[in-house]
Structure formats: structure tokens, C-alpha cells
Ligand binder design. Structure first.
Ligand SMILES: NC(=O)c1ccc[n+]([C@@H]2O[C@H](COP(=O)([O-])OP(=O)(O)OC[C@H]3O[C@@H](n4cnc5c(N)ncnc54)[C@H](O)[C@@H]3O)[C@@H](O)[C@H]2O)c1
Length: 511
């Protein structure tokens, strides 16, 4: 079967759905299916678990009614559509059964084989696994082509993204039917080839990993890293986000992606996070992680009038243009010199290079200019209120003060980092772009899906290909090359897709 219409779930009327596993995710999936008009049978191994999940769903719907987002009659109708099942055989007439049990290969495989033997020919079987290979899950099924990953995000009723994950045997019609169903459920589906981490859990790894690397190098505090990333448009910084997710969970996902990639250093877990897990500092749920309690919110930064030395924007390319836009938005006078061989700001005699993965110390030596500093990427000129920078060893106190004055005049909190390559935003975004590029290069997903998945699955302000467009391939590749050279680590190897894009760009020499 490869025609979508041959699958019972593709019919006009909402078909019967089975959900096995009534935990956090199973309950959410049952709710979403019932809200879309499906009759749902909910099954769990634990006595009373399905009924308890339905009671939880009733409470969630009560809250919607109280907020005026759902009619009381609708609430009753939705709840009436979800019923606990007593055993697997009750699901035999379902058009789709979604497996949402514990994240372990053997129990999942056993259940999927039973379902395959039980269900009619026109039924689809889906798994909500977040990390296990769909190809491996299908192994042993009589008809592995009807298994597909249907990866929802937590909390299911709120999160729009669904990754439709193709195992090696998945039938194209099955994937198409699940895509259409997810749309009818109000979700945004994206297709992914079953590879470690699928799309979101793969591309998001550097968001955590680069912050953990900065912490390991004592380049900055968690609060400072979070401040820098928030100023670049992220809703939460990586450290506060890891605290929210739980370090045990986040560490397990990283470990699983690392192991599934045969120990590729790109995905190496961090000793900093392991120490948190070992010590029980699991994050918010434990009352302590990087932060004790909630991180303090940063107050608004008002631009301050300063007596500034002469400012110039040096160089060409999207980041130099963004820098000029920042100065213009705040009405600061500057000169523009496009011919120089570097990109950044002239502040009196200070050279403040836009980060390209090279330290201020190295730039000072290469340019024979002790008054050298590095600034992070100004990604969101209209809303940026803090930006990281680092100074070379020979910078005078007057040089530091002059640069800080410019930051304050721009309304930016100066975030002093140790002089490490790539600072905070540049290295994180360059690595997110690189990971997205490799995912596309390796056929895991297309560019649009990579962007959508990052925006809807982890709430990033942009997706990797949108950043690539914004910043340019030259800046991304230069930064990755800088990091690669500094750390001599394959972790920072550049995706072939980015290499191609770089050569396709007009002749810019630097970031
Ligand atoms: N929690 C998340 O944020 C999240 C997000 C996306 C995907 N997932 C995936 O969803 C699945 C479930 O996760 P969860 O967080 O809801 O877990 P959970 O522990 O809250 O729920 C799992 C439920 O499955 C039941 N169960 C276990 N074995 C069973 C079996 N053989 N038959 C019937 N019921 C069985 C358990 O009793 C439990 O109620 C996992 O594969 C997980 O990786 C979780």
C-alpha cells in the first residue's frame, strides 16, 4: 500500500485512535486527538493509569473553559470521546495506534509486534519515540512499512511541531497520511529521516554544548551566558533552559545522541553537566541547578549619553551592516570604511573585531595592534540590549572604558567574557547553523523543515537557514574554522553544505 487514501485514518470522518501509554505524553496525545473529533481508546500497563490520565485531561479542559477558550458542552464532548481500554485486543478496530510507552527498545518492539499482529491491514502504527531508531523499532514486525515516527513535543496540546519520522521501511503513503492527520489536529508536521535526534534534538545540541564548553573554560557565568543569548532573541538562555528541562533528562538525550553517533566528538556530553547530575543539582525540579530558584530577570537597559571618541564601522557584509544599523537606530554618528580587511568597530584607536572565532589576543598579534578586542554578533539590532566582548592582553584601561562607553550609548550591557574564540552568540549560532546544514546535507530533512522544527520545537527566534541568510555563509564558516583551529577539534568541522554556500557568495573576505 502506498496510496494515502488506502489508510483508514485518511478517511473523511475522524477514525478510531488507540493510544498505548497514558503518561505525560500519551495523555496529551489522547486529548489532542479527541479535540479533533476522534474517539480515543487509552491503554496503560499500570492499573488505573488511563483513568487517572483522563481525570488530568478533564482538569486541563476545565482550565480552558474557565479562561473562556472552550465551551462547557465541547469539554463534555471531548471527554466523552476518550475511554480507558482494558487490554490490547480492545484496540483491534483502530485506524491508528500511537505507541507512547517507556523509552526503551525491547518493550517498544514487543508492543509494536503485537499491534502489527492485531490490527487490520488498513491501520497505521506510530511511535512517539524521541530517540530510538524507527528502523530498529520496525525490525520484527510482519509489515514494517506501516510503522512511522510521530514525534510530539511536551506539552502536547500547546506545542505545534510534529516530526514525522521515516524508518528505512516506512511507506510514503503512511507518512503522508500521518502528515495530513497532524495538520487536521492543528499541528505543523515536518518530515525527518530516522537518524539520531531526528531534527530538533539533533540541531539543538550545540545550544547546550557551547554554553557548557564556555562554563568548563570558565569563560563566563551561567547568568552572563544566558544574558548574551537572550539578547540575541532566544526566549531562554541555555543554562536556565537546561535547569528547566532537568539536567538528568538533558544529559541523557546528549548521551544518547553521542552514543548513537559512535562517539562523534561533535556531540560529546559535558563534565560540567555530569557533575550537576551526580550531585543532584537537577535544575528547577530539584530546587537547584545552575541557579538556586529562578534566575533574576535583567532590567531594561536605557541608552546613556556619553562623551564618545570617534566611531567607525569597518568592513563589509551582513554583520557589519547590522552593526551600522545598531548605531543608526540609536542616532550615533559614525564613519563607514568598507575597504579594510577586517570587520567591526573602530572606537578611537581600539579595533573591536566582529567575532570570527579568533581571540582578541591572536588578532592583536596578527595585526600588530595591541588595542584589539572582539565583539559578539549583533543579531537583532532592533531589540539587542546586551552584547559580549573580550579584550586582548595589551589593551589599555582607557581603551576598555572607551568601548564600554559605546556599549552603554547603544543601550547594551557590556558582557565581559574571558578571551575565548567565538564568544557566546557567534559560536552558538554558527554551530546551530552547522548542525542544521549537516542534517540537510545528509538528507535528514529539508531546509524549511529544519527552520520550522527549531522555531516550533524549541522556540528559537530563527531557524539555522534563516540565520545563515542573515549572517552569510562566510561569517559562519570563518567562525567554525576559527574554533576548529583554536581547539584543534573535529567538533567544529564545517558542513560540506556550508562550504558550498560560502563559495557561492560574492567575494567577501572576512566575517
Ligand atoms: N516527556 C517528554 O517530554 C517527551 C517528549 C517527546 C516524546 N517523549 C516520548 O514519549 C514516550 C513516553 O514518554 P512519557 O514522558 O509520556 O513517559 P511516562 O513515563 O510519563 O509514561 C509512560 C507510560 O507508559 C506506560 N507503559 C510502559 N510500558 C507499557 C506497556 N508495555 N504497555 C502499556 N503501557 C506501558 C507506563 O505505565 C507509563 O504510564 C517515550 O517514548 C518518550 O521518549 C517524551
Amino acid at each position: 500500500m502506498s496510496e494515502t487514501k488506502q489508510w483508514a485514518v485518511a478517511g473523511e470522518r475522524p477514525a478510531l485512535i488507540g493510544v498505548v501509554g497514558a503518561g505525560v505524553m500519551g495523555a496529551g496525545i489522547a486529548q489532542v486527538a479527541a479535540q479533533a473529533g476522534h474517539a480515543v481508546l487509552l491503554l496503560d500497563l499500570r492499573e488505573g493509569a488511563a483513568a487517572a490520565a483522563i481525570a488530568q485531561t478533564a482538569k486541563a479542559l476545565d482550565a480552558l473553559v474557565a479562561k473562556g477558550r472552550m465551551e462547557a458542552a465541547e469539554r463534555a464532548a471531548v471527554l466523552a470521546r476518550i475511554e480507558p481500554a482494558q487490554n490490547l485486543a480492545d484496540l483491534k478496530d483502530a485506524a491508528l495506534v500511537i505507541e507512547v510507552i517507556v523509552e526503551k527498545l525491547e518493550p517498544k518492539q514487543a508492543l509494536l509486534r503485537e499491534l502489527d499482529a492485531l490490527l487490520g491491514e488498513g491501520a497505521i502504527i506510530a511511535s512517539n519515540t524521541s530517540s530510538i531508531s524507527v528502523t530498529a523499532l520496525a525490525n520484527g514486525m510482519g509489515n514494517p512499512s506501516r510503522l512511522v515516527g510521530m514525534h510530539f513535543f511536551n506539552p502536547v496540546p500547546l506545542m505545534k511541531l510534529v516530526e514525522v519520522v521515516w524508518g528505512a521501511e516506512t511507506d510514503a503513503g503512511v507518512a503522508a497520511a500521518i502528515e495530513a492527520l497532524a495538520r487536521r489536529w492543528g499541528k505543523t508536521p515536518v518530515h525527518a529521516k530516522s537518524t539520531p535526534g531526528f531534527i530538533v534534538n539533533r540541531i539543538a545540541r550545540p545550544f547546550y554544548a557551547e554554553a557548557l564548553a564556555l562554563l568548563q573554560e570558565q569563560a563566563a557565568t551561567p547568568a552572563l551566558i544566558d544574558r548574551a543569548l537572550r539578547a540575541a532573541g532566544f526566549r531562554m538562555g541555555p543554562c536556565e533552559l537546561m535547569d528547566l528541562i532537568g539536567h538528568d533528562t538533558n544529559f541523557l538525550v546528549t548521551q544518547s545522541v553521542f552514543e548513537a553517533n559512535f562517539g562523534d566528538k561533535r556531540y560529546m556530553p559535558s563534565l560540567v553537566q555530569k557533575a550537576l547530575v551526580d550531585g543532584g543539582r537537577l535544575g528547577r525540579k530539584a530546587g537547584k541547578g545552575f541557579y538556586v530558584g529562578l534566575p533574576e530577570a535583567a532590567g531594561p537597559v536605557a541608552p546613556q549619553q556619553q562623551d564618545l571618541v570617534a566611531i567607525g564601522v569597518v568592513g563589509r557584509g551582513p554583520l557589519a551592516d547590522a552593526l551600522a544599523a545598531c548605531l543608526e537606530l540609536k542616532g550615533l554618528a559614525y564613519t563607514r570604511g568598507e575597504s579594510a580587511d577586517w570587520n567591526g568597530l573602530l572606537v578611537g584607536d581600539m579595533h573591536v573585531h566582529l567575532s570570527s572565532g579568533v581571540t582578541a589576543a591572536q588578532l592583536a598579534a596578527e595585526w600588530h595592534h595591541p588595542q584589539s578586542a572582539v565583539m559578539d554578533w549583533p543579531l537583532a539590532p532592533d531589540r539587542i540590549d546586551a552584547l559580549a566582548l573580550s579584550f586582548g592582553p595589551g589593551v589599555s584601561a582607557e581603551g576598555v572604558a572607551a568601548v564600554e562607553d559605546v556599549w552603554r550609548a547603544l543601550g547594551w550591557q557590556p558582557l565581559h567574557l574571558r578571551d575565548v574564540p567565538g564568544l557566546a552568540v557567534a559560536r552558538t549560532v554558527a554551530m546551530l547553523v552547522n548542525e542544521g546544514a549537516d542534517a540537510v546535507w545528509q538528507g535528514v530533512c529539508d531546509e524549511r523543515s529544519a527552520d520550522l522544527a527549531c522555531k516550533l520545537g524549541v522556540n528559537y527566534p530563527a531557524g539555522p537557514f534563516e540565520w545563515l541568510q542573515l549572517v552569510g555563509a562566510q561569517a559562519v564558516v570563518a567562525t567554525l574554522d576559527g574554533l576548529f583551529a583554536a581547539y584543534r577539534s573535529e567538533r567544529y568541522r564545517v558542513s560540506p553544505l556550508l562550504q558550498q554556500r560560502r563559495w557561492a557568495e560574492p567575494g567577501l573576505k572576512h566575517a
